[in-house]
Write a protein that binds this ligand. Structure first.
Ligand code: E4P
Length: 220
């Protein structure tokens, strides 16, 4: 499973990409707003830091507007930038046009198998089911990932990758991987949790103490 960072904060992209595990970055208008940076300059910088796909979202809600925004972004920004489009009827029509032009689309705000299937058939390169927002409603977001993967397994013509989004916990990441999601976009705090384990810390402490003992006994 590819590991993407769900952030538009340059310092976070720098930090996480330095570990060498970052497969891509997703942004959205909320994340851009939170970052405090200029939209295009921020995407440009992120695209320089991470070679994988960088999702930049359109803000138009009609097909023509989405298509022209997407073309403009592709013109101005590096090649690894892909276009994030909301899963609406207009978004589907725009995705059909853009995919025929070879412009990669990440279909976002997906909450059902039907929406995921339509996105794939329209030619989206990624489909982003929002796990956490489903959990927030008291339902089971992971169930949607399982159902989409089941539908994908039944249709070998689908090439669209499932990108688990709206991740809120380590369990979301691990279950997405176990269910066969192709990618997960992960907030920085969860990336930090992924590397931590209390037994790793305890183990390091013990090794360091034993190494000190070896040194003090003149055996280093
Ligand atoms: C994905 O591409 C979205 O940016 C993101 O995962 C949304 O997550 P949220 O529900 O935490 O806002």
């Amino acid at each position: 499973m590819e590991l993407f960072l769900d952030s538009a904060v340059i310092a976070e992209v720098e930090e996480i990409s330095s570990g060498g595990v970052l497969g891509g970055v997703t942004t959205n208008p909320t994340l851009i707003r939170r970052s405090g940076g200029d939209f295009k300059k921020t995407i440009q910088r992120i695209a320089e830091l991470c070679p994988g796909p960088i999702s930049a979202e359109v803000n138009s809600m009609d097909c023509d507007g989405m298509v022209s925004e997407a073309r403009e972004l592709k013109e101005l920004l590096p090649d690894n930038v892909i276009i994030k489009i909301p899963c609406t009827a207009e978004g589907l029509a725009a995705t059909t046009i853009l995919s025929k032009e070879g412009i990669d689309v990440n279909m976002t705000l997906v909450f059902s198998v039907s929406q995921a299937l339509l996105s794939a058939k329209a030619g989206a390169c990624y489909v982003s089911p929002f796990i956490g927002r489903i959990d927030d409603k008291g339902e089971d977001g992971m169930k949607l990932i399982a159902e989409i993967m089941q539908a994908w397994n039944n249709d070998s013509s689908i090439t669209c990758k499932v990108l688990a989004a709206s991740i809120r916990s380590l369990a979301h990441v691990e279950l997405s991987a176990r269910l066969g999601a192709h990618a997960a976009t992960i907030p920085t705090t969860i990336f930090h949790q992924m590397i931590k384990h209390e037994l790793t810390d305890v183990g390091i402490e013990k090794f360091l103490a034993d190494w000190d003992a070896v040194e003090s006994e003149g055996r280093a």
